[in-house]
Design a protein. Sequence first.
Length: 436
Amino acid sequence: MNARLLPLRSVPELARRLRDPVSKQALAEAAPIVDAVRTGGEAALREFAERFGDVQPGAQLFHDRAELDQALARLPTHERARLERVAARIQLFAEAQRAALRPVTVPVPGGVAEHRITPVERAGCYAPGGRYALPSSVLMTAVTARVAGVRDVWVASPRPQALSLAAAAIAGADGVLAAGGAQAIAALAYGAGPIAPRDVIVGPGNRYVTAAKQLVSSAVTIDLLAGPSELTILADDTAEPGRVAADLLAQAEHDPDAVPVLVALDPSLPDRVEAELARQLRDLPTAETARAGLANGGVIVVASVDEGVAACDAVAPEHLQLDLREATAVAPRLAHYGALFVGAGAAEVLGDYGAGPNHVLPTGGTARSTGGLSVYTFLRVRTWLRIDDRAAALPLVEDAIWLARAEGLEAHARSAERRLPQADPSLARVPRARSG
C-alpha cells in the first residue's frame, strides 16, 4: 500500500514539528557571513552575493530610486494597475491600524504624563527571491513601513526581477539591494554602500535569513523569526474536498519544509482530500516541492468542534482557515493563530496577495505570544513627563524619595529631594522605609 500524501498524525506530533525556526546549523553557517559583512562592509557583501548567486560578478548591487521608477515606467499598464491595486488595499488596512493609535495624556500631581507615537527612521524590508520572486512581500513590508511614517526604506531581495523593482517603486522604497540570505540581513543591520544601518528589519526568508535576523537582533529590532510557512484547515462535512486539496497544495508548494495540516471533523474527508491531492498533483508545475511539503504536514481527525478548536490552538499555526458550516460562530473561540480566514471564501491565498492584512506572520507556534507584521512594528511609543506645579507634585516626589530609599538607592532619593518645593524642607516628612 502506498504511503499517504498527507500523513495521519497526532496533535502532539504536529506541535513538535513546528518548533525551533532557527537551527544550530543555520546559525553556525550564518554567523561568519554576518560578522564578515559587519566588519567588511560593501566589499564583503559583494563577495557573498556573488558567491551565492544573488548577482553576477561585477553586476549592479544597489538600485536607487530613479532605477525603481524606470522599472515601473517600463511595466505593462495592466501589470502596473494590478500592483497599484494590491498596494492600495495594503495601505488602506495599514492606515486604519495607524489611526487606531492615539497620543495619550494623563494628569499626574503637578503636571501631565503622556505617550506619543513616532516611527523609527530607517527600515530594511526583506523579500525572498530564491525559489520564487515575491513582489507581494515587497508591497507588504515597504508599504506598511511608509504608512507608519518611516523616512528611509530599503528593500533587499536576491536577483530582483523587474516586477519586484516596480513593486518597490509603488511601495515608496528608496532603493533595492540585490542580495539575499545572511549577507543581506547583515548589510541592512550594519550598513553597506549607500545603505545606512537600519533601525528595524522585517520580512520573511529562508533559514539563513532567519538565523541572521536572530544574530543581529541585539543591534536592530526585528519583526519575528519566521520558519517554514504553515496552514491549518479546520473543516467539516460541508467542505468541498477539491477546494481543501487546492488550499493545502498552495501552502505545500512554498517550500519542502512547509507544514500544511487538515483538522477534519468528518472522518471521510481525509480520504476524499487525499484523492483530490493525487489528482491535482498530476499537472502541478511545483509538484515535487508540494509533495515534500505535504509529507511534512498531516491530518488530524477530531470528533467534535471543541476537539478541533483545541487541536488548532495547540498547533498555533501561521495561517488558520475555517471551512465549516458555522465558521463565523466558531471563529471567536480560537485563540492562537497568525491570521484567521473565516469561511470557504476566505482563502489564505487571498491574504498572501493583498486582501489588506499583512502576510508576514508568526510561525513555529509563536502565534501564542506574538502577532504578524503591522504598522506597529515600525512605531515607538515614547512617554513624556512634565511638571508644571512643584507644590502640587509633592505627593509624587515624596513617594519617589520613599521608594528610592526602600530600594537602597540614596542618590535617587537625593535627586528627588531636589524637586521638593523650596518653601518646604520636608525631609522629616518623608520617613525612611524599613529595611529587611
